[in-house]
Design a protein around this ligand. Structure first.
Ligand code: PRP
Ligand code: ADE
Length: 175
């Protein structure tokens, strides 16, 4: 199945010049969602994953499904100010802005083997901040799995340079 055809592109959202890759059409299609989750899990099937972490908001949808498929727990990496207990925090730059994310200090058990999941990697700022948080909490981040990679923005290379292997299902280059 061609997953790219299930993803919608919105030009100039949320700012002029951004080609927004809208994954809501993919997750709204039962077959495409099933195929995407199966393909996301495949590279990590033998990697002894203890836990999946997903970044707010789109990473919750895919990360929750991947965690369920792997029969492991899920750790939410949330935007600043949303978690009720004591947190660790990291600030980061986005393709179109700046933000901060948090996890609960006790969300990870020491040496948990964690797979990070999100819908899309662009600059890699969000994934890098998520990985730093998970590592600060004691995780071994085994890999990072995305539906979409925008290779022109260099995010996957940036995460690989941290020593964390990256998988993605669909790439958009040159636009
Ligand atoms: O690789 P980067 O340049 O960091 O960009 C990728 C991030 O941007 C999007 O989330 P966004 O921050 O727009 O939040 P949302 O999921 O709440 O819409 C996307 O879901 C990734 O988390
Ligand atoms: N081009 C893009 N489309 C959708 N989500 C994004 N997050 C960062 N860049 C994005």
């Amino acid at each position: 199945m061609d997953l790219k055809s299930a993803i919608r592109t919105i030009p100039d959202y949320p700012k002029p010049g951004i080609m927004f890759r809208d994954v809501t059409t993919l997750i709204g299609d039962a077959r495409a969602f099933r195929v995407a989750v199966d393909r996301m899990v495949q590279p990590w099937a033998g990697a002894k994953i203890d836990r999946v972490a997903g970044t707010e908001a789109r990473g919750f949808i895919l990360g929750g499904a991947v965690a369920h498929q792997l029969s492991v727990g899920f750790t939410p990496v949330r935007k600043r100010g949303k978690l009720p207990h004591r947190t660790l925090i990291e600030e980061y730059e986005l393709e179109y802005g700046q933000d901060a994310i948090e996890i609960h200090v006790d969300a990870i058990q020491e040496n948990d083997r964690v797979l990070l999941v999100d819908d899309l990697i662009a600059t890699g700022g969000t994934a890098e901040a998520s990985i730093r948080l998970l590592q600060r909490a004691g995780a071994t981040v085994v890999g990072a799995a995305f539906v979409i990679d925008l290779p022109d923005l260099g995010g996957a290379k940036r995460i690989e340079a941290m020593g964390v292997p990256v998988s993605s299902l669909v790439q958009y280059e040159g636009d």
